[in-house]
Design a protein around this ligand. Structure first.
Ligand code: HDE
Length: 713
């Protein structure tokens, strides 16, 4: 443990110290019951005679079985599938001009964090690679209490009012009659709902983009989505949007890959995060803020309170204020990743809310859901949720209460307890809500300023590169192609015409829709029975900027190849020096080379040196790697090129736009691929150095490869 602490620079992480109180380690210890009684036989029940019935008296059996029977808790209603890790946040400087939040107010200040990434729609055991939004939650264990960032990897949301959340989730989850499909939006109920809710169209553009297929959890951005508030010591308030920017850059996989990964390794993202941390390639993100002075609230052509809108970075740049490093895997998945409970309402002085009606609803939902998921009101005492700042109040009792609260009083005001625990003045860190002036009639409605449903959908689509736009067209063709009701497809395609005519045409073509009906109003069907439908319809498209290049995934390629994994195809007789030089080049960059061979175990190189095989071809697939390298060695190449799975491995890598390098005799193998029919195949490095390959890989994929899709694998 101490070694690990040192390596992970955690010797001074107060949350890790706090968790140590609850660590249990059975190594070298006798087996006991939960009451501490040493167990003599854990293999057999207590029987009445050798072949007799089991006795009710067998308390050891009863205890063991009862605990087992209750091992599961309800999975999260959304975001059930997740992976988490510990780490720290380090502030770059002093942000006290805008916020009094202590963890942001001095250069180099470190705060422990626990971060959980998730998919949204699938169950706990579903694949990591559905087309879906990803959750991005960070629990900051600050000296002033817990601050939870609970965001997504897309900066906007499907709906504007929390009232619609149960409907959205019911629509996207498996259909209630047959519980089909798992972890997928490509089905009737989801698109039926969307087709009646034009406010979703901006988020739909994001969900149909490559953002929904991240290569790695460590290669995606995070967004707070809502506009929050910063409040300074002097009470000055500003609006703020939160961002996480991955140092490794933003990268995705293709839809064909995603589907295949789901079969080959449904734990692909979880494994990737785990391995990166175990290998010491600690993932990093920079934390950024877009700050808008309060007086500029109405300066934009959209409403800052509308969670279906983003602030283009070209209008308000993102200011980077700190860095998060994830450097430690959990000891126990259930205790930490499953039981961690996030809540956008867990804030510290200096961070406050706005009246975004989606955010306001969330402030209710997150505690409420933990009551059934974690069994009662004491979930804050579960070690992973426990604040490192001291907790004292008059709450008592409840299921599984851990704290042994001393004293006679559990009320306030009291005199018998000396007035304790006492309230803190603002100057002593007591939280006060920002004093926003509020007035209005009590009405159920949606603000008219929220009705421009298409302008940012358009901005997003038109800011993508050609490759990304093509992927979006394919995604919509696929998703809507799975919809069995023709009117739903038509309604969506009709809606697309309001975003971009060409997009609508292309999707329609894929669906065999000959006459696109540009739908008349009402496009929006989400309003109360006595409301005037006209008041709820999308308004004119506004264009404050034509393009926002930052919205393209390809705008942030990052630096280096940290976290990438490259397949090295090798068999007995391989050129060992070549394998070793690739391995060394990858390791130096925080990436990994994995030797794939025809069999497991060891292979002997051309010089007799033994090399460990990481995967036999039977147990792996090209979709699990970022690229492929084929070193020379006559005997190795002869054996590999006679294997159809190896040829397919290379062809499939080509199909997925991956960089391929081969050397010397490996030309013989290359010549057997479909890909080799193209004399000018792009992204294929012949007899180049490992360093050349590393530089190429930095680009992630060679999207300019026009013939990639023609490979029939
Ligand atoms: Fe959540 N959301 N959400 N959500 N959400 C939950 O809380 C909810 C929304 C997000 O890793 C639940 O503890 C409502 C937006 C993440 O544990 C639940 C509304 C964003 C996670 C809940 C939203 C999110 C959740 C289920 C609309 C991005 C996983 C389990 C008003 C800004 C946290 C739980 C984790 C989880 C409610 C919309 C992000 C039911 C009512 C917008 C990352 O409370």
């Amino acid at each position: 443990m101490i070694e690990k602490d040192k390596a992970q620079n955690n010797a001074t992480n107060p949350k890790i110290d706090d968790l140590k109180m609850n660590l249990e380690d059975g190594a070298g210890q006798p087996l006991t019951t939960n009451q501490g009684l040493k167990i003599n036989d854990d293999q057999n029940s207590l029987l009445a005679g050798e072949r007799g019935p089991t006795l009710l008296e067998d308390f050891h059996f009863r205890e063991k079985m009862t605990h087992f029977d209750h091992e599961r808790i309800p999975e999260r209603i959304v975001h059930a599938r997740g992976s988490g890790a510990h780490g720290y946040f380090e502030s770059y400087g002093d942000l006290s001009e805008f916020t009094k939040a202590g963890f942001l107010n001095s250069k180099g200040k470190r705060t422990p964090v626990f971060t959980r990434f998730s998919t949204v729609a699938g169950s706990k055991g579903s694949t990591d690679l559905p087309r879906d939004v990803r959750g991005f939650s960070v629990k900051f264990y600050t000296e002033e209490g817990i601050y939870d960032f609970v965001g997504n990897n897309m900066p906007v949301f499907f709906i504007q009012d929390a009232m619609k959340f149960p409907d959205l989730v019911h629509a996207i989850k498996p259909e209630p009659n047959n519980e089909i499909p798992q972890a997928a939006s490509a089905h009737d109920t989801f698109w039926d709902f969307i087709s009646l809710m034009p406010e979703s169209m901006h988020m739909i553009m994001w969900a149909m983009s490559d953002r929904a297929l991240p290569r790695s959890l460590t290669m995606m951005e995070g967004f707070g989505v809502h506009t929050y508030r910063f409040v300074s010591e002097s009470g000055k308030s500003s609006f703020v949007k939160f961002h996480w920017k991955p140092v490794a850059g933003t990268h995705s996989v293709t839809w064909d890959e995603a589907q295949k990964i789901s079969g080959q390794d449904p734990d692909f993202h979880r494994r990737d995060l785990w391995n990166a941390i175990e290998n010491g390639n600690f993932p990093e993100w920079e934390f950024g803020v877009q700050i808008v002075p309060e007086e500029d609230e109405f300066k934009f052509d959209f409403d800052l309170l509308d969670p279906t809108k983003l602030i283009p970075e070209e209008l308000v740049p993102v200011r980077l204020i700190g860095k998060m490093v994830l450097n430690r895997n959990p000891e126990n998945f259930f205790a930490e990743t499953e039981q961690v409970a996030f809540h956008p309402g867990h804030v510290v002085p200096g961070i406050d809310f706005t009246n975004d009606p989606l955010l306001q609803g969330r402030l209710f939902s997150y505690t409420d859901t933990q009551l059934s998921r974690l069994g009662g009101p004491n979930f804050h005492e579960i070690p992973i949720n426990r604040s490192v700042a001291p907790v004292h109040n008059n709450q008592r009792g409840g299921i599984a209460r851990q704290a042994i609260n001393k004293g006679q009083t559990s009320y306030s005001p009291n005199s018998l307890g000396g007035g304790c625990p006492f309230q803190s003045k603002m100057a002593e860190g007591g939280f006060t809500h920002h004093q926003e002036r509020v007035e209005g009639h009590k009405i159920r409605t949606r603000s008219k300023s929220f009705m421009d449903h298409f302008s940012q959908a358009k901005l997003f689509f038109e800011s993508q590169t050609k490759v990304e736009q093509d992927h979006m067209v394919e995604a919509l063709r696929f998703e809507l192609g799975k919809v069995t009701i023709e009117e739903i497809r038509e309604r969506i395609v009709g809606m697309l015409t309001y975003i971009n005519e060409e997009l609508a045409q292309k999707v329609a073509k894929g669906l065999g829709i000959e006459n696109i009906k540009k739908p008349e109003k009402p496009l929006n069907h989400s309003f109360g029975a006595d409301a005037n439908p006209e008041d709820y319809q999308p308004t004119e498209v506004k264009k404050s900027i034509e393009k926002s290049p930052k919205l393209s995934l390809m705008a942030s390629p990052g630096k280096g190849i940290k976290g990438r994994v490259v397949a090295i195809l090798a068999n007995d007789g391989v050129d060992v020096a070549s394998v070793n030089s690739y391995m060394a080049a990858f390791k130096k960059e925080g990436a990994e080379g994995k030797v794939i061979s025809l069999h497991a175990g060891m292979i002997s190189g051309s010089n007799g040196e033994k090399i460990k095989v990481d995967h036999s071809i039977l147990t792996t697939a090209s979709v699990l790697f970022d690229g492929v390298v084929i070193p020379g060695g006559e005997k190795s190449i002869d054996a590999l090129s006679a294997d159809a799975d190896i040829i397919r491995f290379v062809d499939e890598s080509y199909k997925h736009f991956k960089f391929i390098a081969y050397q010397g005799d490996a030309k013989k193998l290359w010549d057997k691929t479909y890909a080799s029919r193209n004399q000018n195949a792009k992204g294929v490095l012949v007899d180049k150095s490992p360093q050349d390959y590393v530089s190429a890989l930095e680009k992630h994929r060679i999207w300019e490869r026009e013939d990639a899709q023609q490979i029939p694998v």
